[in-house]
Design a protein around this ligand. Sequence first.
Ligand code: 6PG
Length: 257
Amino acid sequence: MLHCVTLENPEAVVHEAAKRILHLVATAQEAKRDFHFVLSGGTTPKRLYRILADANISWDHVHFFWGDERCVHLDHTDSNYKMAHDTFLSKINVSASHVHRLQGEIAPPLSAHNYEKTIQAIVGLSHFVGHDKQCPYTGIPSFDLVLLGMGADGHTASLFPETEALKAKTWVVANFVPKLSGYRLTLTPILLNQAANIFFLVTGSDKAKILQAVLEGPKNTDLLPSQLIHGETGNVTWIIDKAASACLGMIHDKQRT
Ligand code: 6PG
């Protein structure tokens, strides 16, 4: 099920996303179960993370993961871990044992392998009241929430057009990206699509044409990898601003700011 919610501007988008995230986190806490939250990189989430950091809630039951990472040291300015740490995780009370970063500083294939083991250990085999974290019919761990952005080329996480990761049968891969002349670490569609909730945050007029192609154009997943994320078991919600929605023809939920 795909939902598309359009807000007035980027600030309204991140506030809507924060509202929805905090609701999901609180629901898990009330049900006395852990919450497995996959963070995104990029610039759009920075403001969102600052809003979440200011929320007066307990994050004790939340485990944080990343959807992708650059192959850099954790204190490199390009690190997605560093961005989330500086804007969010360093400002909340969270145990280091609940922060599961992709190791950008080691050999990419080894990092991908290690991360699959971490995900299996934390998400796949966890025991929860009323929520089977290992999808019974697929054997693939199911995150509670995956946060994603979308690049102007239609990529999401580090699933770039015409790269090997798009067809990967594993959960985490070291993806060589020719246009970046280097590797990126990324969760794959097989794993991402098992999440109970997937939120895409897309803002800005520079994303309008590609968003229309992804949401309303013909299926072309090799060139539009964001089309690979459709959510096997849960909802995909596109939280976008008016500028990004400019080329969309579909009737979608409009929300006033
Ligand atoms: C990254 C992200 C990437 C990002 C998109 C959109 O590591 O950069 O995983 O997929 O979400 O490129 O980025 P913006 O939010 O900056 O537009």
